[in-house]
Design a protein around this ligand. Structure first.
Ligand SMILES: Cc1cc2nc3c(=O)[nH]c(=O)nc-3n(C[C@H](O)[C@H](O)[C@H](O)COP(=O)(O)OP(=O)(O)OC[C@H]3O[C@@H](n4cnc5c(N)ncnc54)[C@H](O)[C@@H]3O)c2cc1C
Length: 483
C-alpha cells in the first residue's frame, strides 16, 4: 500500500530503535500536530490519526463526542434515550415518528451501528475495510425478549435435524425453545453477512432463559442450542470466518467456558482457531482460569482462541470478585497479553510445560495496552521469533484514535516489512428500535470513560479545525465516497 503522507524523519531514526516508534511518535503526534508550513516541519511530523476518517464520519463523530464529553448535554441525552427505548407515546416511538427516526438514524445510529438490513450492513463493512481495517466483528444487536421465550419452553416440536441425521445426537422429540430458534436465525443471518477473515460475536445468554438457566446451573444446554451453535460454526468455517464467544457475568461464565471448549474441541483441531473464548482481566480469578484452560488445550491438542477484555460488568458483579483497583486490572490485562505473546506460563510451577497453539484477540480501547502488546511483537520480530497471531479490536464509533493509529502503523510497518498490527472494528446491526438498548449502553460507556471521551473530543475538534483551515485528510482513495 502506498504511503499517502510524508514519512516522519523521526520515525526513520526511531526505526532503528524498533519498538519505540509507536509510543514516542505516533501516540503523541495528535497532540503535537500543527498545520505544517515549512519543509522541516513536514518531514518531522506524522499526520494525526483522525486524518484517516472520511468527512461525514468526522462531523458526525464530533457531534456525538461533543454531547458525550459535556455532562450538561449528556444527562438530558441519556434520559431521552431511556424514554425512546421504552416509549409510552407514539411521538417517542422511533418506528412511528419519521422525523425522530431520521434524526436518530443519521446521528447516533449511524455512528455506532452497522445497518438495519444486509444491504446497509455490507455497505458499512465495505467502508470499514476500505479504510484499511483488516475486517469486522459483527454482532446482532437484538436480544431475546425473556417473557416470550419463557412461554415457548412449553411447546414441543420435532427437530428437523433428527430427520437429517446430523452429527450431534438429538432425541426424537425434544422441548422446542422458540427463543433459541429466534437466536439461531438472527445469528445465521449475521454470519452470512461476513466474509473471509471476519469475526462473528456471540452472546450465548441472548438465546433466552432456557439457555441462561442451563449456563447458570451447570446443566447441559438444550441439544437444540448445541445444534444451533453447530450450524453457526459450520457456516463460519465455510466463510473462513471465526467466532468470538462473549464473556458475561460470573454466574453464567463457567457454563459459557464449557460450551466454548465443546466447540473448540470440534473446530479448533487444526492451526486456526475458529472459536475464541473471552477472558476478563478485571476478575481476580482469571489468571488461574486461563492457566487451567491453556493446560487443557495443550493436553487435548487444541488451538485455543483467546479474546482478552478488561470486563464490562463492573457495576453488576460482586465487587469482591473484581481487582481492587483499575491499575490492578490494567496490570493483569497487560501481563496476560504479554505471557500469551511470549508463550509462557506466569505460574512458576508450569514454566517447563509446553504451551498450546494459540491465537489472541485484544479487544480494548486502552492505547497503553495496545502499545505494550505491539512493542512485545516488534521486539520478537526483530529477534526473528515466531509470532503469535494477534488482532486488535475496538467498537464502531469508539476509540477511533486508537483504531486509526493502528491503521497508520500498519501502513508504516507494511512499507518497512516489520510486524503489521491488524485492527478490526466491532459492529452491531439491527433495526433502529432493536439497537436502542445497545445505543444507550454505548452512551453510558462514553459517560463512564470520561477521560478518554474528552481526549477523543479534543482530538476530533483539532482535526475539524485542521480540515476547515485547508489541512489535508489522508483517507485511502477507495473510502473517499463513504459517509
Ligand atoms: C471489541 C470488544 C469486545 C468486547 N467484548 C466483551 C465481552 O465479551 N465481555 C465483556 O465483559 N466485555 C467486553 N468488552 C468490553 C470491555 O470488557 C471493557 O469494558 C471496555 O472495552 C473498556 O475497557 P478497555 O480495555 O477498553 O480500557 P479502559 O477504558 O482503560 O478500562 C476500563 C475497564 O477497566 C476496568 N475497571 C475500571 N475501573 C476499575 C476499578 N476501579 N477496579 C478494577 N477494574 C476497573 C473495567 O473492566 C472497565 O470496563 C469488549 C470490548 C471491545 C472493544
Amino acid at each position: 500500500m502506498a504511503s499517502t503522507y510524508p514519512r516522519p524523519v523521526a520515525s526513520v531514526a526511531l526505526n532503528r530503535l524498533g519498538s519505540s516508534f509507536f509510543a514516542s511518535v505516533t501516540w503523541k503526534s495528535h497532540t503535537q500536530y500543527r498545520n505544517v508550513t515549512t519543509k522541516a516541519q513536514v518531514v518531522t511530523q506524522a499526520p494525526p490519526p483522525h486524518s484517516l476518517i472520511p468527512n461525514t464520519m468526522l462531523w458526525r463523530s464530533l457531534l456525538i463526542t461533543t454531547v458525550s464529553a459535556h455532562r450538561l448535554l449528556l444527562s438530558p441525552a441519556l434520559s431521552l434515550l431511556g424514554v425512546l427505548s421504552k416509549p409510552r407515546h407514539s411521538m417517542f416511538d422511533v418506528e412511528k415518528n419519521p422525523l425522530l427516526r431520521s434524526i436518530l438514524k443519521w446521528t447516533l445510529y449511524n455512528h455506532f451501528c452497522a445497518g438495519e438490513n444486509a444491504r446497509e450492513v455490507r455497505a458499512t463493512i465495505d467502508r470499514i475495510k476500505s479504510m484499511g481495517f483488516k475486517g469486522v466483528i459483527l454482532t446482532y444487536a437484538a436480544e431475546v425478549v425473556v417473557e416470550k421465550a419463557a412461554e415457548s419452553n412449553t411447546k414441543t416440536k420435532m427437530m428437523q435435524s433428527v430427520r437429517e441425521g446430523r452429527s450431534m445426537a438429538v432425541p426424537e422429540e425434544v422441548p422446542y425453545d422458540s427463543a433459541i430458534e429466534m437466536w439461531r436465525s438472527g445469528v445465521l443471518e449475521t454470519v452470512k453477512m461476513i466474509g473471509s477473515g471476519d469475526y462473528l460475536a456471540l452472546k450465548l445468554t441472548g438465546a433466552g432463559p432456557g439457555v441462561a438457566r442451563a449456563l447458570e446451573t451447570g446443566q447441559p444446554v438444550p441439544p437444540q442450542m448445541i445444534e444451533a451453535l453447530d450450524d453457526v460454526c459450520q457456516e463460519a468455517v465455510e466463510r473462513d470466518a471465526s467466532i468470538l464467544i462473549d464473556a458475561e457475568q460470573h454466574f453464567v461464565q463457567k457454563g459459557i467456558d464449557r460450551i466454548a471448549f465443546i466447540l473448540m474441541r470440534k473446530y479448533n483441531r487444526g492451526e486456526k482457531a475458529v472459536v475464541y473464548n473471552t477472558y476478563q482481566a478485571y476478575l481476580k480469578m482469571t489468571p488461574q482460569v486461563l492457566l487451567e484452560h491453556l493446560l487443557q488445550a495443550q493436553d487435548e491438542n487444541i488451538t485455543i482462541g483467546v479474546k482478552l477484555v478488561r470486563g464490562a460488568y463492573i457495576n453488576s458483579e460482586p465487587r469482591s470478585l473484581i481487582n481492587d483497583t483499575k491499575e490492578d486490572t490494567d496490570n493483569a490485562y497487560d501481563m496476560i497479553a504479554r505471557d500469551i505473546l511470549c508463550r509462557r506460563f506466569s505460574s512458576p510451577g508450569f514454566i517447563h510445560r509446553p504451551f498450546p497453539r494459540i491465537q489472541l484477540f485484544l479487544a480494548t480501547h486502552n492505547r497503553a495496552s495496545v502499545v505494550k502488546a505491539y512493542e512485545v511483537q516488534q521486539r520478537q520480530s526483530a529477534e526473528g521469533q515466531d509470532l503469535v497471531l494477534v488482532h486488535y479490536g475496538q467498537l464502531l464509533g469508539m476509540a477511533d484514535e486508537v483504531s486509526c493509529t493502528l491503521l497508520q502503523l500498519k501502513e508504516k510497518a507494511s512499507d518497512e516489512g516489520s510486524v503489521v498490527p491488524e485492527a478490526y472494528k466491532c459492529l452491531s446491526w439491527g433495526t433502529l428500535s432493536e439497537c436502542l438498548s445497545y445505543l444507550l449502553r454505548r452512551a453510558v460507556e462514553n459517560r463512564d470513560a470520561v477521560q478518554r471521551t474528552r481526549e477523543e473530543y479534543f482530538a476530533l475538534r483539532r482535526e475539524a479545525f485542521r480540515r476547515l483551515a485547508g489541512g489535508k485528510s489522508h483517507i485511502r482513495q477507495s473510502s473517499t465516497s463513504a459517509s
